[in-house]
Ligand binder design. Sequence first.
Ligand SMILES: [Zn+2]
Length: 345
Amino acid sequence: MIIEGFPAAVAAWEAGRIVRGHVLAIVDAGANLPAELWPEFEKVAIERCERDTPNRVRGELEILAHRMHPRSFAERHEEAAAGRCVRLVPGRDGMSDLIATLPTVIAEGIHDRLTQQARAIVDTREERASKSDVVATDQRSTDQVRADVFADLLLSGTPALDDTRDTAAGPLGAIRARVQVLVPAATLTGADDGPCDLAGRSPLDPATARTLAGGTGMWERLFHDPTTGVTVATDSYRVPSGMRRFLQARDQHCRFPGCRVAAIRCEVDHTHDHALGGKTELSNLAHLCQRHHSMKQFTAWRVRQLTGGVLEWTSPLGRTYREDAPTPAVTFTPAETHPGDPAPY
Ligand SMILES: [Zn+2]
């Protein structure tokens, strides 16, 4: 224990010159100093402690330790400030801690602004309630309002420090939060109240998932088949890895008639162009090798996707070719089963 490094303080406590709280204050403040300075520090500290209570000397001891430190406070602070960061720590029951390590003055400033804004909201609510017979529906505590204001500012605010305006990133304020949410079909309809999945990180409560599925630009939704767990559609242009795996198993190779370039060396193409409103969903995606991908883009060949992953190609001369999806190496249980149905085996 570090208290062993401060024998004079312990001796002074045993002799009744100071109390236990003094010893703890001395150890707390002294621990920030290099160990070779501890004896000198505790000598001065004990003298100060003899004149006042532990609570009153605590701040003084910290300042004393800072003064005695061989490196200036400014120097040490600069080094510590280089470690500033924001960390996300998953918690229980669909909650997480967002922890920011910041210079104290910034952290205090943020907390103070949130507190002032939260109090203003609570005061306004109470003032309105006192003037009318309407019972206030907003029952949030100051803590809750503070957290809500915090989230609101960070999700919708535009940073004042923005040197990206002329870069590819664009103005920072235009960058919106993006989170992947897995929404089982049964939860959307309200038939199931089980938790949804926040991109494989943690469960998400069904009410939030339903709200998000209602449509918002901020969240990247992954709609998945409740039976197979396969993602069948998403909002983004990018094809998530789960869909990519499913498509690889379905297509196995380039889907131009007769072409056998392996899926792994192909690109996943939006059959109906994404830029023209084509969705990122299994029934609008197919593997094409580079050659047939450009052929589709730059020649008069046309393609449309029928049910079951069947592609219908039309040549520039108007002849159609039907390209069935290969028999998959992996078969998936059909999605028509419902809880309570007899088992399919
Ligand atoms: Zn091909």
